[in-house]
Design a protein. Structure first.
Length: 309
């Protein structure tokens, strides 16, 4: 840069390029690099830029004083640049320590949360196996599935943090896949009834995702209890997708349909009349959606739609 300046205006601003060079050297290479740059740049400017060219002799009165003043000013830059560099370094170290502490706390919370979910789910499963009452066994199984839905939402959320996404959004594909796999194992162990899942690549806020997972849990559990009574096979299809600014969840089965003996307890207005139906309505509202029911006599279809934001 000095050579370029000299090619256009010889000896103009002999010390003008020294200051940024010293500042950059100190910030990126510590004070030793700053002092080295200060010494070499000043010797270069003194020997090759100031008259007399190629000599340390001053041809103009005042150049000696000007050189001393500029040299002291450059040394001040080295000192303050080094102070600033150390302050930034210390701040970065403190930030890294804080991030590490937060990461450790997050891992500890995740570990405890997973243990708590697993313990509660294990207790419910153990109680279900030890009871002889069919209704109690079914209720405990439903409670266990609900607990697994919460655990799956927590797992998906934590994995997003672990991947440094630092997002409060839940990956719906992995979340609903986890829930569906658990429901298939718990409700249809013999694989007579198939669970089919189709989920578009989308993410939802944690609260909405948990509510949607609970809706899926309730609807599939309801289908397992009522839709395929007396049948050896069947299918429950689950789909979740974004449609513009809305999301759409569909759970459909090819069972007996809605009605007094169908897949859902419904009144003449099409609204659920049982405890499970009430929970489905509540979970759908918690997700910010509205549910509709359809039946053509050979199956039931539940559609929940809501706004993404």
């Amino acid at each position: 840069m000095r050579a370029i300046v000299d090619s256009m205006a010889l000896a103009a601003g002999p010390y003008s390029l020294i200051y940024p060079a010293i500042l950059i050297a100190t910030l990126f290479g510590r004070w030793q690099a700053g002092l080295t740059t200060w010494l070499t740049s000043f010797l270069f400017a003194w020997y090759f830029v100031l008259p007399v060219f190629g000599s340390f002799t001053f041809a103009i009165d005042g150049d000696a004083a000007r050189t001393v003043v500029n040299g002291l000013a450059a040394l001040v830059i080295v000192v303050f640049a080094e102070i600033f560099r150390r302050a930034v370094r210390d701040a970065v170290r403190e930030r890294d320590k804080e991030i590490e502490a937060r990461g450790l706390l997050l891992r500890e919370i995740d570990h405890r949360m997973r243990n708590n979910f697993a313990i509660v789910e294990s207790f419910l499963n153990l109680q279900s196996r030890s009871t002889e009452n069919d209704e109690a066994k079914a209720a405990l199984g439903v409670a266990s599935a609900r607990m697994h839905s919460f655990a799956a939402a927590h797992k998906s959320l934590y994995e997003s943090y672990s991947a440094n996404e630092f997002s409060s959004l839940v990956d719906m594909r992995s979340y609903l896949t986890d829930i569906t796999a658990h429901l298939a194992q718990a409700l249809f162990p013999g694989e007579e009834v198939r669970l089919r899942l189709e989920v578009h690549e989308t993410k939802m806020p944690r609260d909405k995702a948990s509510a949607i997972g609970l809706v899926v849990n309730e609807l599939v559990t309801n289908a397992a209890k009522h839709a395929f009574h007396g049948r050896q096979d069947g299918e429950v299809a689950i789909s979740f997708a974004e449609e513009g600014e809305t999301w759409r969840l569909t759970v459909a089965d090819n069972g007996r349909g809605l009605g007094p003996d169908g897949a859902d307890v419904a009144d003449s207005n099409g609204k659920g009349g049982g405890f499970g139906a009430g929970l489905i309505e509540a979970f759908a509202q918690q997700a910010g959606g509205a549910i509709s029911r359809e039946s053509n006599g050979v199956g039931a279809r539940f559609v929940v739609t809501g706004q993404l934001h």
